[in-house]
Design a protein around this ligand. Structure first.
Ligand code: CA
Length: 229
């Protein structure tokens, strides 16, 4: 699954340069020229990471970062701030606002991509290869495959996205509506019981290896992926 990178930058030339680099690195760039456009883009699909320009017209980058950290849906999306030289003084403010990293302009495409990958690895706890192993279940992100021991587990695309989300956010309870937001995207009209249907399919796919117990029902709250039975 391609990582979606939301680029919030008012200068079209920089935005295009960044988008090109992101695309070349096998990730999906999403463009936004200001905070308002970014908000709409997020409502459509929650990105995996946000590149946020410090100096934006209207809502500043810092203000927007604070707002993202306050909201449930966007609280955990990693943010890399793009700052101009001289704005480094404000880093403390940025760290207080929950920004994950900084890149100072002018930056090279290579530097930026390296920072993006480092933050994603740190956030998701992935190793170099993007392989996650929890409770005997192994998800190979780059290969887009799931294994139980040596056996490949066959699952559908939605179950894969659901499992990917669970395995990058283990040991935490998510409500049906949170899962809808994160896995299906905020603007898609899907009923909450759709989540139950895909949870059932995911468990069924894991059943032959007795790994279905990794997907736990938390009564009255939602679902949790846990390596601890
Ligand atoms: Ca700017």
């Amino acid at each position: 699954m391609h990582k979606r990178i939301l680029i919030v930058e008012d200068e079209a030339s920089i935005r295009d340069m960044v988008a090109f680099a992101v695309h070349k690195a096998d990730m999906e760039p999403i463009h936004a020229e200001d905070a308002q456009a970014a908000q709409l883009a997020i409502a459509d699909t929650v990105p995996d990471l946000i590149l946020l320009d410090w100096m934006l017209p209207g809502t500043s980058g810092l203000e927007f970062a604070r707002r993202l950290r306050r909201e449930e849906l966007t609280r955990e999306i990693p943010i890399i701030m793009l700052t101009a030289r001289g704005e480094e003084m404000d880093r403390v403010n940025g760290l207080e606002a929950g920004v994950d990293d900084y890149v100072v302009k002018p930056f090279s495409a290579r530097e930026l991509i390296a920072r993006i990958k480092a933050v994603l690895r740190r956030i998701h706890g992935d190793d170099e290869a993007g392989v996650i192993d929890i409770g005997g279940l192994r998800l190979d992100g780059p290969a887009h495959r799931v294994f139980a021991g040596e056996d490949q587990v066959r699952i559908g695309p939605t179950e894969y996205r659901l499992l990917y989300f669970f395995m990058t956010h283990p040991e935490r309870v998510y409500s049906r509506s949170q899962l809808l937001d994160h896995v299906w995207g905020g603007n898609v009209y899907v009923e909450e019981r759709t989540v139950d249907v895909h949870i059932r399919r995911l468990r069924k796919a894991l059943e032959p290896w007795q790994l279905d117990s990794l997907v736990q029902t938390v009564r009255g709250a939602g679902y949790r992926f846990s390596g601890n039975a």
